[in-house]
Design a protein around this ligand. Structure first.
Ligand code: MRU
Length: 364
């Protein structure tokens, strides 16, 4: 997507120089800064510190982390160490493990002398495929917006939670891809952007939408239900970090409450889901999905800018108050109107999912 006049992907590599470039999302929306990673340790830090974030992007970043590791040391021990360190960064998004398994499978039978080249090529393939998947999701989601627009003959109001835009993927985004395509096609859309405390990924969404010229309004996380009760939301589009074979959707904390409000107000609720986000092995979302518990400090403080425009953190509560900070929740399949996948819109249940991905029966 464009930032100013330049087209960016959220991550790109220079294999011949052993470098990977990422947009540092901890600096956004205040500063647009590109960070260069040259070691697997730096890739681990970038994922853990959420310089790169969003389920698809952390998978792609992990794959590039493996490439950085084997570029320096192509031994089996180095490969195993890199995969283990990257796997331990963030627990919830299945894309991370999916990308690491794919890298390991690909490289296991490649002789160390050829490993670096194979690793860079596979990481690049994962990145390129991510763009293709999201573009296809965009096209299928666009059809939903077009249908809504044909029925209502006015601007379409979409609510989104967290950031499932191009910087959460390599390009396009998942939940935002249909919105970009609708806007580009001249269909009037307006996006209600949930702030998404405590990390405020909604600010990233607002930044992205502003770059692209899509009308949007930032709201607090508590506003969605009220907006829906007043007929101000036509559709909810969110991304996903892990979807079970039964169609339960794990996504950023607070997504479930939006789905509940959507159901109560007959607002369709869609999750945009590329194949690598589906975890075919998981039966029971609540039992089997590891929900990341993040640092208490994220709840105890708010982040902003000081009078000189420098980033600052301001404490809002001290140690005397206990805090809890689960990063994700699960929206049960029964609240999901449909999954927007690269293969089309699928109902959120095991039978329909397996009809589209029949071979996934085997991974149970
Ligand atoms: O903690 P984050 O910012 O990595 O969480 C991201 C989300 O929950 C996104 O909604 C999800 O990964 C979909 S991204 C296309």
């Amino acid at each position: 997507m464009k930032v100013g006049d330049r087209h960016y992907r959220s991550l790109w590599a220079e294999p011949d120089r052993g470098r990977v470039h990422v947009i540092d999302q901890t600096r956004l929306p205040h500063e647009f800064e590109v960070k260069t990673l040259t070691t697997v340790e730096e890739a681990v830090e970038a994922i853990r510190a959420m310089r790169v974030r969003g389920a698809p992007l952390i998978g792609v970043a992990a794959a590039h982390g493996v490439a950085l590791a084997v570029d320096r040391d192509a031994s089996n021990a180095s490969l195993d160490r890199a995969v283990a360190a990257l796997r331990a960064t963030r627990p919830t998004a299945v894309n991370l493990g999916w990308a690491l398994d794919r890298m390991q499978d690909k490289l296991a039978n490649v002789k160390p002398l050829k490993r670096a080249q194979a690793a860079w090529a596979e990481a690049q393939a994962i990145a390129d495929e991510d763009v293709e998947l999201n573009e296809a999701i965009g096209r299928h989601g666009l059809a939903l917006i077009e249908r809504e627009h044909a029925a209502r003959r006015r601007r379409i109001e979409i609510l989104t939670h967290c950031n499932a835009g191009w910087i959460a993927t390599v390009d396009w985004g998942t939940a935002l891809a249909p919105i970009y395509m609708a806007h580009d096609k001249g269909i009037p859309v307006h996006v209600w952007v949930d702030e998404t405390r405590p990390r405020n990924q909604g600010l990233l969404t607002a930044w992205e939408l502003r770059q692209h010229g899509v009308p949007h309004t930032l709201v607090t996380d508590n506003a969605g239900g009220h907006l829906m009760q007043h007929g101000k939301v036509d559709m909810v589009f969110v991304g996903a970090d892990r979807v079970t074979r039964r169609g339960d959707v794990c996504n950023k904390i607070g997504t479930y409450l939006k789905a509940l409000a959507a159901r109560d107000n007959d607002v369709p609720f869609y999750a945009a889901v590329p194949t690598p986000t589906i975890d075919w092995k998981i039966e029971d979302a609540h039992r089997d999905i590891p929900i990341e518990e993040r640092a208490a400090g994220e709840v105890r403080a708010v982040r902003g800018l000081d009078a000189h425009g420098m980033p600052v953190e301001v404490a809002i509560v001290g140690d005397e108050t206990a805090v809890s900070n689960p990063g994700f929740d699960v929206t049960p399949a029964k609240l999901v109107t449909g999954l927007i996948t690269e293969k089309g819109i699928v109902r959120a249940n095991e039978r329909d999912l397996l009809e589209i991905w029949p071979r996934s029966q085997e991974s149970k």
